[in-house]
Design a protein around this ligand. Structure first.
Ligand code: SF4
Length: 364
């Protein structure tokens, strides 16, 4: 991958050990790594000049060779009730990504992107419609969380974390950018800096079997969510095209192995689409597919996407689906759709921006 446009490197891309090595090469004492790490991840500095316990010459050298964030916020939408904020960021190569901050009574959750666009092309998703451009660098993934952490820091008590949860559920498929995604999670989990507990991270995959297998071996206590959206191959082939490569049988074997190896529960995400996957028959098929597994189902009614011929079911069908799963012994939560008024569904803001620019890669 090319370095950032002006040649300066992204500091949050360095591991602690790489920083130590860098400062050794610069002839600086090894405790400089700790100081800088704490400025970036504990004090959330957005400027090298703020790092007042570093010599001025070192601050200048750092500023000449590094940037602290490769993201420029270009548009922000806040939901009417103020609980959801979506930001469109411009990257250094001019591409754009979206991240969302969701405020709950006791949680402050950031939903981050791992790719510019997405190659999966789910039938109901705005990101899929904008095509795929590239993987994000680890520093670009980390910077999304740091952006919102800086914003929230003045609003929380000193002993509270500005961000309490990170869900890797924005634009892109994280297991198709596995190394950068895991690098970002490990960095934000590092106890010497941001120190966000591993269980506070949720990685959401559309069902990339090798990624699930690899994650099982990481020894990380992160949460895994698998987006199912359909209980049989015929329907899932249409809604989530990667199903042709990793059909449900293979996916379920990988999920069962994951649970066995990690002893951790999997969350299955199921977006309900009117008259497509929302009947009682579908609920029964789903219950049969995942019955007996250590799992939980998150149901969410689809966010309407302009230009997509699908929509959310009426409330009574949503409730009937949920009720049937519950009756069949499946642990299930009906998620409230958030930020519909700010196009909070994945990729809608970027899609709108691309349309404005007349980008040729927006699929009709
Ligand atoms: S739903 Fe997720 S995996 Fe599917 S196209 Fe959208 S971003 Fe990609």
């Amino acid at each position: 991958m090319k370095p950032p446009a002006d040649g300066r490197r992204i500091l949050p891309e360095f591991t602690y050990e790489q920083l130590e090595k860098l400062f050794a090469e610069w002839g600086e004492p090894s405790y400089r790594a700790k100081q800088v790490w704490e400025w970036v991840y504990k004090h959330l500095a957005d400027d090298f000049q703020a790092m007042t316990n570093l010599p001025k010459a070192l601050r200048q050298r750092l500023g000449g060779e590094f940037i602290l964030s490769p993201l420029e916020p270009v548009e922000e939408l806040v939901s009417e009730d103020g609980s959801t904020r979506k930001v469109l960021f411009r990257l250094q190569d001019g591409e754009t990504i979206e991240s969302v901050l969701m405020l709950y009574p006791k949680r402050r959750t950031v939903c981050i992107s791992t790719q510019v666009g997405c190659p999966i092309g789910c039938a109901f998703c705005a990101t899929g419609k904008s095509g795929f451009k590239r993987n994000l660098r680890a520093g670009e993934i980390i910077a999304q969380v740091l952006h919102f952490a800086r914003e929230m820091k003045p609003q929380v008590n000193r002993d509270e974390k500005p961000i309490t949860n990170v869900v890797v559920m924005g634009m892109g498929e994280p297991f198709l950018n596995y190394d950068a995604t895991l690098h970002a999670i490990r960095t934000l989990n590092d106890h010497r800096g941001f120190n966000l507990g591993a269980r506070r991270f949720t990685i959401s995959t559309v069902g990339i079997v090798p990624g699930i297998r690899r994650l099982a071996k990481e020894g990380l206590q992160v949460e895994l969510a698998v987006s199912l959206h359909a209980p049989n191959d015929e329907l899932r082939d249409r809604l989530v095209p990667i199903n042709k490569g990793y059909p449900l049988k293979r996916l379920m074997v990988a999920c069962r192995e994951y649970i066995e190896q990690t002893n951790r529960r999997i969350t299955f995400e199921y977006v309900l689409i009117d008259r497509v996957n929302d009947s009682i028959r579908h609920a029964r098929e789903l219950a049969a597919l995942i019955g007996g597994m250590l799992c939980h189902v998150n149901l969410i009614a689809m966010n309407p996407v302009p230009g997509v011929p699908y929509g959310p079911p009426p409330r009574r069908r949503v409730l009937a689906f949920e009720e049937e799963l519950r009756r069949l012994g499946i642990s299930v939560t009906l998620r409230a759709g958030r930020g519909v008024d700010i196009q909070a569904g994945c990729g809608q803001l970027r899609l709108r921006e691309l349309s404005k620019r007349g980008a040729a890669d927006v699929k009709a």
